[in-house]
Design a protein around this ligand. Structure first.
Ligand SMILES: C[S@@+](CC[C@H](N)C(=O)[O-])C[C@H]1O[C@@H](n2cnc3c(N)ncnc32)[C@H](O)[C@@H]1O
Length: 245
């Protein structure tokens, strides 16, 4: 029985936000890798309508709004959204925040968005193909879905285990992955690279960027840092564009 990830995020929100201390002037993609200032996947956002899925504290949406975008954030955790509201007030920025499952985008008009973005939320979603279909409905033709998520190869190891680094799970095992973080249980959903590729193609997308960033060579490490980041990609980043019918 998968964990209630929304309840888990409610319990974890304060510790996550205190430890992650994410920037609000540039979009991030994952721990200890380059951000949007270096990767440049999103383009000029001035005047664009942008939806962030699994926005958490809305740091990326705030960065989009600061660049002149009309920013909308969706998350199912009331604690994460409460943090996001306080942060928007503190930064003097307007983000339209919605509490909902990110597979439920009925409140968004079809073909109304210039960009859908998500950082590290899709790993918690069981039916990701449904999300891809919903995102396809709300994007304008040729507009991008840009997302990051735990790299499928990284799911195969236990990064808390002592050396040597071992493959502890079959790449082909799609059973949910239950894990504990600060004593709170979460459930992740593993899919292969081909699952992701085929899900996007079947939903009507074409992938034009796929990145497996190496960790930054130096500087302070995040609270998520593990030596294993040097051996396997921690994060997968995809940009996929909605195809015309
Ligand atoms: C790792 S956090 C990332 C949050 C934010 N994108 C960031 O980078 O800090 C994952 C977020 O996704 C949200 N989330 C996970 N599954 C979700 C779902 N099915 N529907 C809505 N939000 C979801 C969680 O509540 C949490 O805020």
């Amino acid at each position: 029985m998968p964990t209630d990830n929304a309840a888990a995020w409610d319990r974890h929100s304060a510790a996550y936000q205190a430890g992650a201390s994410l920037p609000t002037d540039v979009a991030h993609y994952g721990p200890d890798i380059a951000n949007e200032n270096e990767l440049r996947l999103l383009g000029d956002l001035a005047g664009k309508r942008v939806l962030e899925l699994g926005c958490g504290g809305a740091q990326c949406s705030i960065a989009f709004a600061k660049q002149g975008a009309v920013a909308i954030g969706v998350d199912f955790s009331s604690e994460q959204l409460a943090f996001a509201r306080r942060l928007c007030d503190r930064e003097g920025v307007r983000v339209d925040l919605h509490q909902s499952d990110l597979a439920d985008l009925a409140f968004v008009r079809a073909e109304s968005l210039d960009l859908v973005f998500s950082a590290y939320a899709f790993g918690y979603v069981e039916d990701l193909n449904r999300v891809f279909r919903q995102v396809h409905r709300v994007l304008k033709t040729n507009a991008p879905l840009v997302f990051s998520l735990p790299h499928p190869a990284y799911d195969l190891i236990d990064d808390d285990a002592e050396e040597p680094l071992l493959v502890r799970r079959s790449y082909f095992n799609r059973a949910p992955i239950d894990y504990e973080w600060n004593g709170i249980r979460f459930t992740d959903f593993h899919r292969t690279m081909a699952d992701l590729y085929m899900g996007l193609v079947r939903a009507g997308f074409a992938i034009d960027v796929m990145l497996e960033p190496e960790p930054k060579s130096g500087g302070p490490r995040s609270m998520f840092w593990r030596e294993t980041f040097r051996y396997l990609p921690r994060t997968l980043i995809v940009r996929a564009r909605k195809q015309g019918i």
